[in-house]
Ligand binder design. Structure first.
Ligand SMILES: Cc1ncc(COP(=O)(O)O)c(C=O)c1O
Ligand SMILES: N[C@@H](CCOP(=O)(O)O)C(=O)O
Length: 454
């Protein structure tokens, strides 16, 4: 299947996730030659092999220039030093203040381009634990051929996150607060992709979650950018990645496979630590989802973990399907040699709310630098798991602290993180959203009734 169809389809027809048949591999010499490029030039070099001739080169370059011009820092993803060889990569300088902007501001443009060319309409159906929703709405609000429905867990995202979504008013924008958790929302999305008959054959669904391969593709770029800024590829880097749906760290794993020297990848989770439990004990077991101070990572069913399992199982889709079906019923393990291989690829840690708050406070006191709770989990896990202090350890700064004032207050700090000027009146804006039961049929009926040509 070509790039355009993968972009528009979201899930494969068997319900699995798309992965490229093969990855481009860049030599050290080639990566070295990218030093000094702008973010969008680098993004072109890394993504073009995937996009190939689906989009003419000049059009794709223009899209990338426009996308990353919308970020509030010249470096697009600036690095902040906390200590010797310890860095935070600020991925929250885009319009909605979270790393999701890197892919979703581009995805909106890609969708617009392809849909206009095909004169086709899609209904975007996405699930969010807080950040994907606002980035997707911002990225797609002006797309002519798109209606967008975002499901968030009712009262389980921060107030800033909710308002970022619900105050964007437009005929094609619909926010649904589901009486459930993020996993419930994500399950409804996946089920709906599997059977789209509720749309009456008049349109089709498109995905903005990281189940959409284009999301992962765009997230690979900043691993290269950070490495090049710190002396890569002539030295290896370590990355610590606050993890929920496993998309961001999977992009790091791919960057490594594409030739970037990465010596360590740390999976940093909150108390919803299924991935850490798997990495440390080869037991993949779903627990009750807990509400934490890092709500965007309150995820138990990590979609992109399936993509890793696919690799770990020698790309045997049937074996992965069976494993995941069993995992939905109870705890599962994988063969010991496969698990040992996974352990070579990743380290992991789980950080509770108390330690998250301590880390926010500690870093602020030492560096006068305010971490959001998700990034704090990454920093703490980086410190706990670090293997070689001579290797730069880069924690992905996944969200702006102003999105989570409650967590900052809970840390005992009196400093109030300020929203940037374009969001200064966020609390005065009109909100619009609909609360629905945790029931896929009700959600599907709502979508069927409300998309604009229904
Ligand atoms: C602020 C923040 N940090 C970390 C994550 C986890 O990223 P991923 O789901 O790609 O693992 C998310 C949501 O996905 C997020 O919104
Ligand atoms: N943390 C995310 C959850 C969805 O993840 P995605 O990367 O698959 O879109 C959020 O904030 O919405």
């Amino acid at each position: 299947m070509g790039f355009e169809d993968v972009l528009l389809t979201g899930l494969a027809s068997d319900g699995g996730l798309y992965v490229p048949e093969s990855l481009p591999h860049f030599s050290l010499e080639e990566i070295r030659s990218w030093r000094g490029l702008s973010y969008s030039e680098l993004a072109f070099n890394i993504m073009h092999p995937f996009v190939s001739d689906a989009i003419p080169e000049d059009d794709f370059r223009k899209m990338l220039d426009e996308t990353y011009a919308g970020f509030a820092h010249k470096a697009v993803a600036p690095l902040v030093q906390l200590d010797t060889n310890e860095w935070v990569l600020e991925l929250f300088r885009g319009p909605t203040l979270a790393f999701k902007d890197f892919a979703l501001q581009l995805l909106g443009r890609l969708l617009d381009y392809v849909l206009e060319k095909r004169k086709q309409h899609v209904v975007i159906m996405g699930a969010t634990s807080g950040d994907t929703g606002s980035a997707a709405i911002e990225g797609c609000r002006h797309c002519e051929h798109v209606d967008i429905f975002i499901l968030h867990p009712h009262q389980r995202v921060s107030e800033v996150q909710r308002r970022q979504m619900t105050t964007v008013i437009g005929d094609n924008i619909h926010n649904i607060a589901v009486e459930g958790n993020f996993d419930d929302c994500q399950k409804m999305v996946k089920e709906s992709f599997g059977d789209q008959s509720f749309l009456g054959g008049k349109t089709q669904l498109a995905a903005v979650n990281s189940i959409n391969w284009a999301r992962i593709m765009a997230q690979i770029v900043y691993y290269f950018q950070a490495s090049l800024a710190l002396g890569g590829p002539d030295r290896s880097m370590a990355f610590s990645v606050p993890t929920g749906n496993f998309g961001d760290i999977f992009a790091g794993y791919l960057a490594k496979k594409m030739g970037l020297p990465i010596s360590q990848l740390v999976i940093a989770t909150n108390r919803n630590d299924i991935l850490h439990r798997f990495m440390s004990g080869n037991r993949y077991e779903q627990h009750q989802l807990e509400h934490t101070l890092s709500p965007s990572m309150d995820i138990m069913v990590s979609s992109n973990f399936e993509r890793l399992l696919f690799d770990l199982h020698g790309r045997d889709g049937a074996a992965v399907k069976e494993l995941l079906e069993n995992a939905a019923k109870g705890p599962v393990s994988i063969e010991d040699y496969r698990w040992r291989h996974a352990r070579k690829l990743f380290d992991s840690d789980a950080v509770d709310d108390k330690t998250t708050c301590e880390t926010i406070r500690e870093v602020f006191e030492q560096n006068e630098y305010l971490l959001d709770p998700h990034t704090a989990i990454g920093v703490k896990a980086a410190r706990n798991c670090r293997r070689d202090p001579s290797v730069p350890m880069i924690t992905l700064g996944t969200a702006h602290p102003a999105k989570f004032p409650d967590a900052i207050a809970e840390s005992g700090l009196t400093v109030k993180p300020e929203l940037p000027p374009h969001m200064a009146d966020l609390f005065e804006r009109e909100e619009r959203y609909t609360v629905l039961d945790n029931d896929v049929t009700g959600v599907q009926s709502f979508i069927a009734e409300h998309w604009k040509n229904a």
